[in-house]
Design a protein. Structure first.
Lengths: 215, 10
C-alpha cells in the first residue's frame, strides 16, 4: 500500500471518529445531514457486499466492517437516540435521497464493466458516493453556525477521496498501466464537489474566522 | 488486474 492510499484511508477513518466524537461528547448532531449519512450506509452496503465472499487482507476486511458499523451507528444515533435525535436539523435537511439514488442506479445499469449483480452494485456505490455529500453541503449552506467539529469532519471526508486520486495516479505508473474510468471519474467528481467548501474552510482557518458558506 | 484493485481498495 502506498502512502497516498494509507493517508486517504486514515483521513476517512479520522473523519468518522470525529463525527462520532461530536455526537457522543456533545450529545448533538446539529449541522449533520441524516440524508448524507443514510446514503453512506447504502454506499457501504452495496460496495462491501463481497466482504464475506472474497478475502483480501485483514486490514481490508477490518476497515470494511468499521465503515459499515460506524455508518449504521451514526444513523442510529440521529434517528433513535432520545437526546441526539432532538438536535437534528429536520426542517433544513430537505434534500431527497431519491433524486440521487435513482439516477446513480440507472447510470450503473447503463455504464459498468460487467453485467453482474456484484459489479452493478459496486459501480452504483461509486456513483452514489461521488454525490452523497450534496445533502450535507446544502445543509451547511443553510446553517448560520457551523461548529468546528462539523467543518473539520466535512473537510477530512472530502480530503480522503482527493488522496485516493493521488493513489490512483501513483498506482497507474507503478503497478499496471490500465485505465479505470469508473472509479477515477467518480473520485474526480466527488473531490470537485468539495472545491468550494475547501476554499471557504481553508480561508476561515487561515483568517481564524468562523466558517460560513455563502448561500 | 482489474479485480485486484477492486478487492484491495475501499
Amino acid at each position: 500500500m502506498n502512502a497516498f492510499r494509507l493517508a486517504g484511508d486514515m483521513t476517512h477513518l479520522l473523519s468518522i471518529i470525529l463525527l462520532l466524537l461530536k455526537i457522543r461528547a456533545t450529545k448533538s448532531c446539529a449541522g449533520i445531514s441524516l440524508k448524507t449519512q443514510e446514503l453512506y450506509v447504502i454506499v457501504f452496503m452495496s460496495r462491501y457486499l463481497d466482504l464475506f465472499r472474497t478475502y483480501y487482507s485483514l486490514y481490508n476486511s477490518l476497515m470494511k466492517i468499521i465503515f459499515l458499523g460506524t455508518s449504521m451507528c451514526i444513523v442510529w444515533y440521529m434517528r433513535s437516540h432520545k437526546v441526539v435525535r432532538q438536535t437534528y436539523n429536520n426542517d433544513e435537511d430537505t434534500f431527497r435521497h431519491f433524486f440521487l439514488v435513482l439516477p446513480c442506479f440507472v447510470l450503473a445499469l447503463l455504464v459498468h464493466r460487467n453485467f453482474t449483480f456484484i459489479e452493478i452494485l459496486w459501480t452504483f456505490s461509486l456513483y452514489l458516493e461521488s454525490v452523497a455529500i450534496l445533502p450535507q453541503l446544502v445543509l451547511l449552506q443553510k446553517s448560520s453556525n457551523i461548529d468546528n467539529l462539523t467543518g473539520t469532519y466535512v473537510f477530512l471526508l472530502g480530503a480522503y477521496r482527493g488522496l485516493y486520486l493521488f493513489n490512483w495516479v501513483y498506482r497507474f505508473f507503478t503497478e499496471n498501466h490500465r485505465v479505470r474510468w469508473i472509479p477515477w471519474l467518480s473520485g474526480l467528481i466527488q473531490t470537485a464537489i468539495y472545491t468550494d467548501f475547501f476554499y471557504y474552510y481553508i480561508r476561515s482557518w487561515k483568517n481564524r474566522e468562523k466558517l460560513k458558506l455563502p448561500a | 488486474s482489474h479485480d485486484k484493485f477492486k478487492k484491495d481498495e475501499l
